[in-house]
Design a protein around this ligand. Structure first.
Ligand SMILES: Nc1ncnc2c1ncn2[C@@H]1O[C@H](COP(=O)(O)OP(=O)(O)O)[C@@H](O)[C@H]1O
Ligand SMILES: [Mg+2]
Length: 218
């Protein structure tokens, strides 16, 4: 089991008191499996993804990723898990503006001591980034920036790729190309994929689909 989340509860403190967002969520992802997570805006999709990624901590419940318990780790442990096991693609690309495209690609893999030059070169080639490696993110289109973000997520050959509406900021045609690249690379590396998406076209191409509503998955 790559991801095993059980009975996840998460609330946020607001001025009007606690806002319960996740109220007993169970989610499993097997090795090599691809899973689409859908749900209305504000239903808690990003919250769930961030908990699995170890970017935030649960109020209750257990999460293990690639056999390691995320919920019991301290900040450093969670940072380590993210570097070594998980690749994350955000809707807003989240590239580092002061680094070149090439350095953005390898940044996380290098931090984790998992950089592999041949693999980076293959990624750049397959993502159509070879001619842009010395540019800066702001000099790229949205679709190009998201291709860099996908390359960055995969550069360290993570066991799990988590993607939060990776095509949400792209026009339909560009989004379609980017989604295809993501799926191809995930398949070829054997990683598991959890992707938050509104695109039925993308969701239909994955192994499984779950829907988040009223704090629970169905
Ligand atoms: N850090 C936070 N503090 C307070 N409320 C939050 C925080 N993060 C998310 N929320 C709220 O939790 C709910 C779920 O948010 P989110 O997970 O981003 O939804 P989705 O990704 O499905 O659109 C929303 O009502 C949002 O306003
Ligand atoms: Mg979201």
């Amino acid at each position: 089991m790559l991801i095993d989340a059980q009975n996840i509860h998460k609330s946020f403190a607001t001025q009007d008191g606690p806002l319960p967002v996740l109220r007993g969520v169970d989610l499993q992802l097997d090795k090599g499996e691809t899973l689409a997570l859908t749900g209305e805006s504000g239903s808690g999709k990003s919250t769930l993804l961030y908990l699995i990624a170890g970017l935030d901590s649960v109020d209750d419940g257990t999460i293990s990723v690639a056999g390691r318990q995320v919920h019991g780790l301290d900040d450093q442990g969670r940072a380590e898990l993210r570097r070594e096991t998980v690749g994350i693609v955000f809707q807003q690309f989240n590239l580092i503006p002061s680094l070149t495209v090439g350095d953005n690609l390898t940044f996380h893999a290098r931090l984790a001591g998992r950089e592999n030059e041949a693999w980076t070169a293959e990624l750049a080639e397959r993502l159509g980034l070879t001619d842009f490696l010395r540019r800066y993110p702001e000099q790229l289109s949205g679709g190009q920036q998201q291709r860099v973000a996908i390359g960055r997520a995969l550069a360290g050959r993570p066991k799990v790729v988590l993607a939060d509406e990776p095509t949400g900021n792209l026009d339909e045609e560009t989004g379609e190309q980017v989604a295809q690249l993501l799926l191809d690379l995930v398949r070829d590396t054997g990683a598991g994929l959890l992707v938050v998406t509104h695109s039925l076209r993308l969701a239909n191409r994955l192994n499984k689909r779950v829907h988040l509503a009223n704090g629970k998955l169905a």
